[in-house]
Design a protein around this ligand. Sequence first.
Ligand code: NAG
Ligand code: NAG
Length: 395
Amino acid sequence: MKAFTFFSLVLSVATGIVSAQSLQSVKDMIIANAKADNIDLTVLPCFDQAIADIQQIYANAPGQKRDFSRRQATTATAANIVDVHAHVGPAWYKALFPTIGGQAVPDWKLNDTFNFMATQGIQHSVLAFSVPGPNVWPGDQKKTIALARLMNEQAAAYGKVYPGVFNFYGQVPLPYTQDAITEAKYATQKLGAVGIWLQSNTEGKYLGDLTFKPFFQAVNSWSGRQLLYIHPSIPLLRVNGQLIDSNPTPYVTGKIEFYFETARTVMDLTLTQTIHNFTNINYLIPHVGGGFPAAIDRILKSYPTIYDSSLQIYCTRFWWDSAGPTYFHQVAGLLGYGIPKSQLLYGTDYPYAPLAVQPASFTAVKNRPDFTADEKTAIFRGNAVKLFDGKIKFN
Ligand SMILES: *[C@@H]1O[C@H](CO)[C@@H](O)[C@H](O)[C@H]1NC(C)=O
Ligand SMILES: *[C@@H]1O[C@H](CO)[C@@H](O)[C@H](O)[C@H]1NC(C)=O
């Protein structure tokens, strides 16, 4: 294998010359790095398409004109929003799991995100693949760990090619705890992920599950504050060895059930005292906590010894993104517990939440009478800049 470094790739992207040879090297490097962690990517039926897609990101890079002049002046900020909740869903991934939570996965191309950011005044997006993460083949350990790796290589590629525009949250192959530790390390320490994306449950296990504790222990032991992003997922139950979608209502999971999922898993992390014991971990919770804030008192007053300490953690090591129409009233649930406004971030959920629904959510933040202009500006940007502490760059 020809010696090839990330540095030479960056150089070739910067100079606009990405040769067939460097694209072959991208593939070789991904395979070699996976092998070093005992991961066999070729077990994946989507391997060829995914690699081709990743190579495209590098190949297209020089031709992609980023036109920031089109960022609109309709925003509360100087068109410099940081979107902490944005998704990618390349065609090869959609093919594996075409509907999620009762809704079709959107058809998406990177150019859609560029156009979206330009019209919404977004300067930087932190990207993540969405549900079900790498858990496309429940019970298949080899495929799950291979898929997590491939997803991370792709998400990282966006950030490498457009470092001022994108960063990403890394995927991990839970419920395989040791493999998840390996992958979290690779994603954050080798690929530069700014956080780790977790689902409310993986294959029916919520995040306080005892078998996951070594994962929290390991992440907690790494230097620097670590960030876990807790995304809602489909509620799954294991019945007679089979995983079944346990949404008990006729309503679309992504519209309703997700918010109970968020509440369930944050409560699990709290009642197991995972959040208390591993103090080097920060948490980012989408949709201003979903159904969680409404239930805190009723649940936690039954556990008086951890009531105060839990609230303290929600106010200091938890951040809360706005994704969706959450600022009409819902955000008041968090504020009612004294969550400082400095813990609030802006997120769009694009493209899973399509362009059409964005203006109302954005305007709801802008129109809140109980936030000062400075506090709103901080939600759109400053609070995220502070949280990521130099890890995200700007053009
Ligand atoms: C990206 O979108 C812009 C704006 O719609 C369009 O002009 C351009 O041709 C698109 N580029 C690609 C590669 O699709
Ligand atoms: C956290 O520590 C408490 C004791 O202080 C213990 O009871 C609990 O099991 C621990 N939880 C985890 C997830 O480590």
